[in-house]
Design a protein around this ligand. Structure first.
Ligand code: PGA
Length: 258
């Protein structure tokens, strides 16, 4: 049974006082959640503070991006070593906003994912098609190409340390969610790609999160899908109340999925 993950991606939101408020409210709102892994990914400036607040909690820490090198003359960048040092367990890589606004290629995401695995950070690697790509029926080809480029040179053992997030670009921040059937179709497809490249055992253990306008009221139906192993949540993770509701909905869904 793959353990469900609910990860909050705060993007470029929250000052340190705002981050403290949110984390404290999330901690206060969560009760026994042993069946679900919970992650928050604050902006870099709040990571250290949030790390301290999460020390005694069930919530894990993640970052939203990183450079692939350990150290060096890369002004403005943060390395996997630094993320490990500050207490991160996860790092989001290849988010569509980074691919679109910062021109991140599959090749770059590949280097970053390798860097993360080397440092025992769990990369949450994002793939997903744009609206135009879906409307022209090319979504499977697009995701196949992203997958092949991003995991080039990976071994099955590397893959066991990876989480994938399927995030259709047309569903991110738009209020438009993929239907449970659309999500399941793509998640099953991604799992079949893992199987082709890395074998059955790796494929059946790998967690694939869905992201794109996940909210408290659509969490359960998404997580109930066979190949959906959790959610990467943007907007709805910014408010502690809705993030906790999403976690609670996931806990309920796990019970009914078992
Ligand atoms: P959203 O963002 O939940 O606001 O659609 C998801 C994401 O970008 O990871």
């Amino acid at each position: 049974m793959r353990k469900i993950i609910i990860a909050g991606n705060w993007k470029m939101y929250k000052t340190i006082p705002e981050a403290i408020n949110t984390v404290n409210s999330v901690k206060a709102g969560l009760h026994k959640v042993s069946d679900v892994e919970i992650v928050v990914c604050p902006p870099f400036t709040a990571i250290h503070t949030v790390a301290g607040l999460l020390e005694d909690s069930v919530v894990d820490l993640g970052a939203q991006d990183m450079h692939y090198e350990t150290e060096g003359a890369f002004t403005g960048e943060v390395s996997p070593l630094m993320l490990k040092d500050i207490g991160c367990r996860y790092v989001i890589l290849g988010h569509s906003e980074r691919r679109a606004h910062f021109k991140e290629s599959n090749d770059l995401v590949n280097k970053k994912a390798k860097g993360a695995v080397k440092f025992n950070l769990i990369p949450i690697v994002c793939v997903g098609e744009t609206l135009a790509e879906r409307e022209s029926g090319r979504q499977l080809d697009v995701v196949r190409a992203q997958f092949a480029g991003t995991f080039k040179g990976f071994t099955a053992e590397d893959m066991e340390k990876v989480v994938i997030a399927y995030e259709p670009v047309w569903a991110i921040g738009t209020g438009k969610t993929a239907t449970p059937d659309q999500a399941q179709e793509m998640h099953a497809f991604v799992r079949s790609l893992v199987q082709e490249m890395f074998g059955e055992e790796t494929a059946s253990g790998l967690r694939i999160l869905y992201g794109g306008s996940v909210k408290p009221d659509n969490t359960a139906e998404l997580i109930n899908q066979l190949d959906v192993d959790g959610a990467l949540v943007g907007g709805a993770s910014l408010k502690a109340e809705s993030f906790v509701q999403i976690v609670n909905a996931a806990v309920q869904a796990v019970v009914s999925k078992e």
